[in-house]
Design a protein around this ligand. Structure first.
Ligand SMILES: [Zn+2]
Length: 305
């Protein structure tokens, strides 16, 4: 097994460490040193909210399509429940106690070798598009990336074309246009499935009509305050969940547009595409667990190769 292949498998295995059931990447004869890699991490995307993991709601049409022709891992667990530590583990293959990012807002030390630095040393072009400042320059996540873009704000839809602009996926697709047949590693981090649970207007009623809606707890912090004050009821929680699920539908749509771009550039069948999350989301408000608290949650993981 080549060094690069070993490193890539190490990276894959650390993501899956707690729950791997099967991974047979060696079955392929494709040479790894010439294969481009795209890693997509959705923030706070819990596996059992995706249709391909059996969720009752149709939340993830495009991810399902990719999953149907991919390795779909059933038991993958985050190393921690915060973005910074979890992403640091994904990029370094180290536990938080080893890379030192044990909570958000701690810089990833230069001394740690990242996946992108390894790939760069093998001649890969490296680029990242993130829309979470905690994963930006301020905390040294740009190390090893030739291009590192931070996309601020939320996507905006062009009503004529139906396309979403200012999204990490749109930004990433524009980078692909600049690609000149070089092997590359591209990391996309998307927080459109993160609280607050406020999907664009047209998605808000997708799953909410079967819920007795009390909209006074729409905002994440209002939910926390109401939970602390023991004022939340099941309908409130159901409504928050319906909006989280609607966020997933929206993020999945953006993901689907990106997949179409990959097909347009004839890339989808010639790359390793990894789709996962930094951690899940608890939603057990009524049982004393809220948001990303006190549990390592199962996250989604799809590897298309
Ligand atoms: Zn996160």
């Amino acid at each position: 097994m080549s060094f690069l292949k070993t490193c890539f498998c190490r990276f894959i295995f650390i993501i899956l460490f707690s729950g791997i059931t099967y991974f047979n990447i060696s079955c392929s004869q494709k040479p790894y040193h010439t294969t481009s890699v795209i890693l997509i991490t959705f923030d706070s995307l819990r596996a059992d909210s995706l249709s391909c993991y059996g969720y009752k709601r149709r939340t993830s049409y495009h991810i399902d399509q990719i999953a149907s022709e991919s390795f779909l891992f059933q038991n993958t667990f985050s190393q921690t429940y915060f973005s910074g530590p979890s992403i640091s583990s994904i990029l370094t293959s180290l536990y938080p106690i080893s890379h030192g990012v044990i909570r958000n807002s701690i810089s990833l030390d230069d001394k740690h070798v990242t996946l992108q630095e390894i790939l760069k040393s093998y001649g890969y072009d490296t680029a990242a598009i993130v829309n979470v400042s905690l994963l930006g320059h301020d905390f040294n996540y740009q190390q090893g990336f030739k291009i590192f873009n931070y996309v601020k704000g939320y996507p905006v839809k062009d009503e004529d074309s139906g396309e979403w602009y200012n999204s990490v996926f749109k930004n990433a697709a524009q980078l692909l246009k600049l690609q000149e047949n070089n092997k590359f590693f591209l990391w996309i981090h998307c927080n459109y499935t993160h609280a607050s649970y406020k999907p664009p207007e047209k998605y808000r009623d997708l799953f909410a009509k079967d819920v007795n809606i009390d909209k006074k707890y729409l905002h994440y912090r209002e939910l926390i305050e109401a939970w602390n004050a023991e004022m939340l009821n099941k309908e409130d929680v159901d409504y928050a969940r319906s909006q989280y699920d609607a966020e997933i539908v929206h993020a999945d749509e953006l993901f689907g547009q990106f997949i179409e771009e990959l097909k347009e550039y004839d890339l989808l069948e010639n790359i390793i595409l990894v789709v996962t999350a930094d951690h899940g989301e608890a939603f057990n408000f009524l049982k004393g667990r809220f948001g990303m608290v006190n549990t390592f949650m199962m996250r989604s993981f799809v590897c298309h190769y």
